[in-house]
Design a protein around this ligand. Structure first.
Ligand code: IMP
Ligand code: MG
Length: 193
């Protein structure tokens, strides 16, 4: 079979700088896990809900670092349309596999920016009457908040910078980077014209 030579870009060439390193992330996860294990010490049944897609790496590391029993479920949410800014409209594109009434829920997010996604999700989940609902996010951009939403566990507060890696994407790429990074400005140039 004839194959064409295609030049596949190296994701690392698109990175301007590492913003939060792999070891900083892992160390912070250790601290969050200690806090979560203490807070849920008397709770037998804990369900972690991952907000897809961005939360998948954080959920994986958080879940593996927890030594207490817990189960997992996933929710697919779409709030971005490919750019670097939220459209404001939140859509559930994949719902939970099970009812959550009477259960203790920890919602796991990649990042809280305007807060719109989370405030919508929070109302949506509270309507299902869980026994408790807490929120854990790896990253938080407090300066960009538009919707007020209580957050129980925060990995890192960051300034208003667009970041990728460790689950976070730009146009569906860079999620697999093991650290949080800032892209080279030329990656955005076409969006700013
Ligand atoms: P919010 O509704 O404005 O809080 O946006 C939350 C969602 O926007 C997150 O779950 C991410 O998918 C996306 N998002 C916000 N900021 C960033 C960023 O800096 N990099 C990548 N995705 C982001
Ligand atoms: Mg995203």
């Amino acid at each position: 079979m004839h194959t064409m030579n295609v030049l596949i870009p190296n994701l690392y060439d698109h990175i301007d700088r590492v913003f939060i390193s792999e070891s900083q992330i892992q160390a912070r996860i250790g601290e969050l896990v200690a806090q979560i294990e203490a807070d849920y010490a008397s709770v037998a049944d804990l369900l972690l809900i991952c907000v897809l897609k961005g939360g998948y790496i954080f959920l994986g590391d958080l879940s593996r670092a927890l030594s207490r029993p817990h189960s997992l479920d996933f929710m697919g949410v779409s709030s971005y349309r490919g750019g670097t800014r939220s459209s404001g409209a939140v859509q559930i594109i994949m719902d939970l596999k099970q009812p959550i009434d009477g259960r203790h829920i920890l919602l796991v997010e990649d990042i809280i920016d305007s807060g719109r996604t989370l405030s919508y999700l929070r109302q949506n989940l509270l309507a299902r009457q869980p026994a408790s609902l807490k929120i854990c996010t790896l990253l938080n951009k407090p300066s960009r908040r538009e919707a007020d939403v209580p957050v129980d566990y925060i990995g890192f507060d960051i300034p208003d910078e667009f970041v990728v890696g460790y689950g976070l994407d730009f146009d569906e790429l860079y999620r697999n980077l093991p650290f949080i990074a800032i892209l080279k400005p030329e990656r955005f140039a076409h969006l700013l014209e």
